[in-house]
Design a protein around this ligand. Sequence first.
Ligand code: FAD
Length: 390
Amino acid sequence: MHKVVVLGSRFGGSATAYWLHKLFARHELDVTIVDQWPMMTYRPAMVMAAAGHPQIADQWHINMAKKYEQAGFHFIRDTIFKIDPASQQVILTGHPPLAYDTLFVATGSDPGWATIEGLGPQRSGVCEDYLARNTGYAVHNPIHHIVIGIGCLHQSPYDPIQLQASLDVPGFEVGFLLDAWLSQHNRRKGTSITVLTPAGVPGESLGSISQEFLLKELKRRDIHLITHAQYERVTREAIVLKNQVTLEADRMIWVPPYPGSQLLRLSGLDDGYGWMPTDEYCRHERWPNIYAVGDVNRSALPKLGHIAMLQARTAVHAFWAERKHKTSRPYHPYILHVLWLGNGRGIFTLSDTLYGGKRQWVNVGRMAAASKSVFNWSYRIFAGWMPIMP
Ligand SMILES: Cc1cc2nc3c(=O)[nH]c(=O)nc-3n(C[C@H](O)[C@H](O)[C@H](O)COP(=O)(O)OP(=O)(O)OC[C@H]3O[C@@H](n4cnc5c(N)ncnc54)[C@H](O)[C@@H]3O)c2cc1C
């Protein structure tokens, strides 16, 4: 049987497994998924946990391993050390080498804590459950200055699309949610909120309509914005920028820099910047039996779960087409994103302007916020394998 290995089991890996299950009969493939965690931390819910609701962090662990086993796939819980493309093996730390005929890599980016002097997970964050939980508890204490730091995206300068921020939307989302939560607790007046982004605008990938709305909304709600932020160093109480501006912070919340993947670097599979270079079918430029899905892929811009799901669809359809002597459609990205604004409101964006298109559909209000809640809950109920997949 053709051996398929999927590395990573969050948005990208889970959607890859879904399409393998959907497009192939059970006897055609021997599928193994590897991740260090059998339970997926559902990151979009972590913004709510960080904004004063720490208990939420433990409610958004989704049992992916169970889903795979039900589908007849194997799941290995282990840490992946290296991929050897020449011998077609994945080197794991606690299991024998895992052979593959076709490999899907969906291991995301490493958090770049070490890329800024003094920065580390002890400075607090939102991207993983433990970080969001700690932040969610910490904001219950009196605070004067909350600073939300968004890290840089370390990408190749040769990429046709250039973004400055690792991922800015959750940073702004936490800012809006905290503003609403502190107001509800009559604490907003004594607490300033500042968002730092390396980009020139908030919502850098969303398109001009959403960006203008976000600018106005930040102003209306007295959330300070510093764009083009370049970080010099971070201390326990402050963030120092390269232009010598120092921002005092008795509570920082970081979306760390994204420096790509050490696993890819070690395996000689990256583009020199830690990302997998692929063609328009998400297939490695040099190794045609290796696909990259989601954040780890050079072309996954911005680094969003929705983009990871689109790439999983593209990659597995390309693999299917190759096996069945058919054709499939290349990766055709668009942004579909909802940012919660607090108080039951949200901003929904459907846009392709980042990729040279003209489409921008933006809706602000309760329906937008509700659509994100519905998506999140159905993702949880169906463990990522939803009746309608992007
Ligand atoms: C706070 C926050 C909120 C977000 N909100 C949204 C949102 O509202 N909408 C949206 O579309 N996107 C959102 N995103 C982005 C989204 O979460 C990511 O784009 C998405 O998780 C990327 O999925 P992935 O599968 O490519 O990689 P990842 O999510 O990074 O998953 C990689 C997986 O690989 C595993 N792994 C990595 N290395 C190894 C190794 N060496 N050994 C074993 N296992 C390994 C990890 O354990 C992990 O399970 C948000 C991100 C954050 C941080």
